[in-house]
Design a binder for this molecule. Structure first.
Ligand code: PLP
Length: 452
């Protein structure tokens, strides 16, 4: 658990009046940055400080961060161990590139290789989840000499040309001109349609039949299946345990590689397991594992783990200029050490259970919530129009704004934009969980009232 003294600044729940420095900054932002950035909140927040599980904006308002950045602040904001590691390394040399040896990168790779469970593992560091998945696709297509990729519907894997090419939702995929041939299979979502009625076992059987059907219709080899164990941007939908194991049996028959995208699910966030794929029992280990977000605790760190024969199938040099740079590697190493030594996976399981219970109790009192789901500190609250049960992105927007008024930052997502995503730093305390649950219930009640 993080040991910082909780900040004493009182929570300010109302935003400062429009105008002034904030309005000027927002206007300059709009004039020079893309329209699709800073889209959270009618009046976007400028965060200037963080400590533990709290952040402060430029106007002095304090918020409990229930989105952990974007699942990036894995342990805690301003964790002294990470800050010290970054400062020490920055004072020595900022960057030495992947042309040279780096003791931090080697030690980090050794630890991640061991943790991955992949035999004879090699680790390639990148600067983001997108670059990690892009590299995984590069490896799989080169290894299998095929540009056909299987992906789950409603998936999100990043924003490079290849990553958007395999993203199964046009809202997150700004182009369809991908050089990859993507074959979509079921598995990510069953909240609506015929799949919603199925039991877990029936759902797995139906998805496997779908996979076999898709494979039966393709000519030539397929390189890989890429899947998030819990779809993240897709709204923390929960595939039944065992789905990936059932997929793997089919993949193995065809020699198709399995890429697990652990960008959101890695490092113990789901509480029960260190990696999301481990919920699928005898499925593992995967052929390729990708990670990013939380490992750097906010520093730009991602990577790919694969068996040596897969990693080394590239014959041309393919370095990442900044991937695994000494400063980010030092941050990641300190962060990972803290996470393991303080059993934050166990904390995610315990506090996640408490939060889930609180959310379920709130849901029982409110018609706006269709479902509370998730594992550990990766919890989704799906919102609907009370009475009709129709997915409501408006409800999610209202809840987000109301939560802000109650000093709580949360995320949203889902196929219909109607899912609140709760993913705080894994060091969340019982008191903070209670504080956040109170704030969320108040925000949901306010959203429900606004919809009425
Ligand atoms: N994969 C998953 C599951 C993600 O959720 C994301 C980002 O949200 C990415 C990949 C892309 O990561 P990045 O934004 O670091 O490029």
């Amino acid at each position: 658990m993080a040991t910082q003294t909780p900040p004493t600044t009182p929570t300010t729940t109302s935003a400062a009046p429009a105008g002034g420095a904030h309005a000027a900054l927002h206007a300059r932002h709009r004039a020079v940055l893309p329209d699709w950035l800073a889209t959270y909140y009618r009046r976007p927040i400028e965060l200037t400080r963080g400590e533990g599980r709290h952040v402060w904006d430029a106007e002095g308002n304090r918020y409990l961060d229930f989105f952990g950045g974007i699942l990036t602040t894995m342990t805690a904001h301003a964790l002294p161990e990470v800050t010290a590691a970054v400062s020490a390394q920055a004072g020595r040399i900022l960057h030495s590139s992947t042309l040279y040896l780096s003791s931090h990168a080697v030690e980090l790779a050794e630890r991640i290789a061991r943790l991955s469970g992949i035999p004879d593992a090699r680790v390639f560091f990148t600067t983001s989840g997108t670059e990690a998945n892009d590299t995984a696709l590069l490896l799989a297509t080169a290894y299998r000499r095929s540009n056909q990729i299987l992906a789950l519907r409603n998936s999100y894997h990043g924003r490079s040309f290849s990553a958007v090419g395999i993203t199964g939702n046009s809202a997150w995929s700004p182009t369809s001109l991908s050089p990859l041939q993507t074959l979509y299979v079921h598995g990510g979502v069953r909240t609506r349609g015929p799949y919603a009625q199925l039991s877990d076992a029936e759902f797995v059987t139906a998805c496997v039949a779908d996979l076999e059907d898709v494979l039966g219709q393709t000519g030539g080899p397929v390189a890989a299946l890429i899947a998030e164990p819990v779809p993240g941007v897709g709204g923390f939908t929960m595939p039944p345990d065992g789905l990936l194991a059932a997929f793997k049996q089919v993949l193995d028959k065809h020699g198709i590689l399995w890429i697990t995208d652990e960008v959101q699910t890695g490092w113990g966030r789901t509480g029960e397991h260190f990696w999301g794929w481990q919920a699928h029992g005898q499925a593992g280990p995967p052929d390729i594992l990708t990670f990013a977000k939380g490992i750097g605790n906010g520093m730009s760190m991602g990577g790919v783990v694969a068996r040596a024969e897969v990693m080394n199938c590239l014959t041309a040099h393919s370095i990442s200029t900044f991937g695994g740079s000494p400063v980010t590697a030092a941050a990641a190493l300190a962060n990972l050490t803290y996470l393991v030594e303080h059993d934050l996976q166990g904390n995610a399981r315990r506090i996640g259970g408490l939060l889930r219970g609180r959310f379920e109790a709130a849901a029982a009192r409110l018609g706006i919530v269709r479902e509370v789901r998730g594992r550990g500190l990766m919890l989704g609250v799906e919102l609907v129009v009370p009475g009709s049960g129709q997915p409501s992105a408006e409800a999610a927007g209202l809840a987000l704004e109301a939560a802000r008024e109650h000093g709580l930052l949360i995320g949203k997502g889902g196929r219909f934009g109607n899912v609140l995503r709760i993913a705080p730093p894994l060091s969340l305390t019982v008191e903070e969980a209670e504080e956040g649950a109170d704030a969320l219930e108040a925000a949901l009640a306010a959203a429900q009232q606004a919809l009425a």
